[in-house]
Write a protein that binds this ligand. Structure first.
Ligand code: SAH
Ligand code: SF4
Length: 364
């Protein structure tokens, strides 16, 4: 199913309140002369009632509302396109000054996950990833990250879909740790009880391992961590992920280990993501090497069947190989999941997000 929604965008030089975490909103409101409790009241209007109209905020004084009008907006970029998969997955496209980002809603029986983008394109160019084949444009602002969740919740409500977002994963377009400050502020709003109010155990940040940023992250915010490892040794990782030449497996895993030590969200271990590429990283020997590599890292392993895209020459490992690989790891005591392919028919699966309509699926 495909629907095109044509909505014009506005541009403004005023402060967008969706760019501010509670602390910064508080500072801004105090500068306008508002009382301290106005911060929670306004956050309640924004994140609970999904209001972007100061007129409706009857519990805020007229004087403060007038000042808010003059100096600020509540602006969430709108979805311009929607695609609904046969399996219920929904992909939304946002147009940001003629560049596109994607957000994916993945409903399951008892939960629903929203996969958000953190950048337009990605500079890291992992060879197996469609996003990486697109030119990197820029980091998303806090408000552009928050708008994805805000609009998704609003849209689901409008559609009377009761399976509301329970989990958020930073697994859309871009490398979140290369947009560290904006991603952390967005995470603070997601975690805030007056923001989206999600628990740290329900928010996952996936990274290819930008070590200096990961080292900083543990002092900034506690959320579930997923490491895109994808290889059991540096030779293979160098082949498929150019960033490994800068931050190799050893330094990524050491930094992840430190994150775990300081983290409550990861007290049962982090997630290790491993994309299954035929004849590249999927042999029995590779599984044994991976088990050895992770023996001191509290982790569960997520095997991801590779999703193909036009122009790529990788082949996804077949399901027997993936099962065999998983069983070797399980025999060694690891918890292993094989990621389900969701939204493949609408190009919404992992690594298929490019913000364009033209990438087609080649069956694997
Ligand atoms: N940049 C971050 C987050 C976005 S990618 C990262 O790399 O972790 C989210 C996940 O999808 C990552 O584990 C990524 O390696 C994986 N992925 C990328 N392309 C894929 C593809 N074509 N098939 C399956 N998984 C893919
Ligand atoms: Fe960027 Fe992640 Fe894709 Fe690599 S896998 S190119 S880091 S989005």
């Amino acid at each position: 199913m495909y629907k095109n929604i044509n909505i014009p965008q506005i541009s403004t030089s005023k402060i967008n309140l969706l760019d501010l975490n509670r602390k910064n909103l508080n500072t801004f409101l105090i500068s306008l002369g508002a009382k301290k409790f106005a911060t929670k009241q306004i956050m309640n209007w924004i994140y609970n009632h999904y209001s972007n109209n100061f007129d409706n905020m009857f519990n805020i004084s007229m004087q403060i509302r007038n000042k808010l009008y003059k100096k600020s907006v509540i602006f969430a970029s709108k979805f311009i396109e929607e695609r609904i998969s046969n399996d219920g997955t929904i992909k939304w496209i946002t147009d940001i000054n003629h560049q596109k980002i994607e957000t994916v809603y993945i409903p399951e029986k008892k939960r629903a996950t929203l996969c958000v983008s953190s950048q337009i394109g990605c500079a890291l160019k992992c060879h197996f990833c469609a996003t990486g084949q697109k030119k990197f444009q820029r980091n998303l602002k806090v408000s552009e990250i928050i708008a994805q969740i805000w609009q998704a919740n609003k849209t689901l409500k409008k559609k009377n879909i009761n399976n509301r977002i329970t989990n958020i994963v930073f697994m859309g377009m871009g490398e979140p740790l290369l947009n560290l400050n904006n991603v952390v502020t967005a995470l603070q709003i997601i975690l805030d009880e007056y923001g989206f109010g999600l628990s740290k155990r329900r928010i996952t940040l996936s990274t290819s391992g930008i070590v200096p940023a990961l080292d900083k992250l543990r002092k900034m915010v506690d959320i579930c961590l997923a490491i895109s490892l994808h290889a059991p040794n540096d030779d293979i990782r160098n082949l498929i992920m150019p960033i490994n030449k800068k931050y190799n497996i050893n330094c990524v895993l050491n930094s992840a280990k430190k994150y775990i030590q300081y983290s409550y969200a990861n007290r049962n271990g982090i997630t290790i993501e491993y994309v299954m590429l035929k004849n590249i990283n999927d042999s029995n020997n590779n599984a044994k090497q991976l088990a050895h590599l992770l023996k001191n890292i509290p982790s569960k392993i997520n095997l991801i069947p590779w999703n193909s895209f036009l122009g790529s020459s990788f082949i996804c490992s077949n399901i027997n190989r993936i099962n065999m690989f998983a069983n070797i790891l399980r025999d060694k005591g690891f918890t292993v999941m094989i990621r389900k392919n969701r939204g493949k028919d609408i190009n919404a699966a992992c690594g298929q997000l490019t913000g364009s309509k033209i990438i087609n699926i080649i069956n694997t």
